[in-house]
Design a protein around this ligand. Structure first.
Ligand SMILES: Nc1ncnc2c1ncn2[C@@H]1O[C@H](COP(=O)(O)OP(=O)(O)OP(=O)(O)O)[C@@H](O)[C@H]1O
Ligand SMILES: [Mg+2]
Length: 276
């Protein structure tokens, strides 16, 4: 698919296949198009060209009713947790069940307890979101995303802003969801520790283009490749390697400081500055 916002092409010939039950991590720098990708996948944006197939249906062909049916099989964990602040944790988790099912209140209550137990928050059911820490909010958001027993879970930056231990706990929860519940997980992140902990496969996105879709083992090998071997890599691979290692110098940054600034200063690449 291709997605534009005005003149800006945000995703360009984007092509990605996600297998049932796998955890796919989509990574990339800020502004590379990760969140846009997620919003397209959940049907909150439509592509300018191309198709998005899920459960044998093209999302772009569905009307609002059809889209709602598909969305019931999705669980979405937004970056902020996106909880309703005036409702308790338990009420937040119950909300999708009240909106999308006609289950009795007692059954909903049991479902909510199970989901809160899964994320380790059962004892905090009656708290308001404002009384929770960042990590607890994330877990509450995950419990709510799990409310309808989704087949696919979407996570946008699940560990952003969390301390390393809490972040590792969220990673463990993501792994547990796929292992025990068999859900397919699509995780957007630029936290490399987390990406390597949870991924079956990884996709590197750069300026709206997918550079590589490969197994975690492939990405690990690339990350750990000694510098003197790195010269044999393609430019894309060198760029990915720099990103994975979090290094300040390399093809990922050189083009930013070269072309980007020249374009900003002179309106085109013709006045390109070379820093010796
Ligand atoms: N609704 C919108 N209207 C116009 N431009 C948008 C819109 N949403 C995103 N963009 C642009 O699309 C590009 C990709 O944005 P996106 O939010 O997908 O990036 P991202 O990879 O999620 O970045 P980050 O890591 O900072 O969250 C950016 O240049 C952004 O400004
Ligand atoms: Mg984003």
């Amino acid at each position: 698919m291709t997605k534009r916002f005005g003149d800006q092409v945000v995703l360009h010939d984007f092509d990605l296949e996600i297998y049932p039950g796998e955890t796919m991590v989509i990574m990339g720098g800020s502004g590379s198009g990760k969140s846009t990708t997620l919003r397209l996948m959940i049907g909150s944006l439509i592509p300018d060209e191309g198709e998005i197939w899920i459960f044998g249906q093209n999302l772009c062909d569905l009307d609002e009713g059809g889209m709602n049916e598909v969305r019931k099989k999705f669980g979405i964990l937004f970056q902020s947790g996106a909880l309703f602040n005036s409702m308790t944790v338990a009420e937040n988790v119950a909300l999708p069940l009240m909106e999308h099912t006609d289950l009795d209140p007692e059954i909903i209550d049991i479902q909510v307890k199970i989901k809160l137990e899964l994320v380790g928050l059962r004892e905090h059911a009656e708290k308001l979101p404002g009384m929770l820490s960042g990590g607890m909010k994330k877990r509450a958001g995950l419990a709510r995303a799990l409310a309808l027993d989704p087949r696919v879970l979407f996570y946008d930056e699940p560990s952003a802003g969390l301390d390393p231990v809490t972040s590792a706990q969220i990673d463990q929860l993501i792994i547990a969801m796929s292992k025990h519940l068999g859900v397919t997980s699509i995780v957007v992140t630029h936290e490399m520790d987390s990406a390597f902990a949870i991924a079956d496969r990884m996709a590197m996105l750069d300026k709206g283009r997918i550079l590589k879709v490969e197994t975690r083992a492939w990405y690990e090998r690339l990350r750990d490749l000694p510098r003197d071997h790195a010269e044999t890599l393609t430019t894309d691979e060198q760029l990915i390697r720099q990103f994975l290692r979090g290094e300040a110098e390399g093809p990922f940054t050189n083009r930013e400081s070269g072309q980007g600034l020249a374009t900003a200063l002179f309106g085109s690449d013709s006045g390109r500055i070379r820093v010796q």
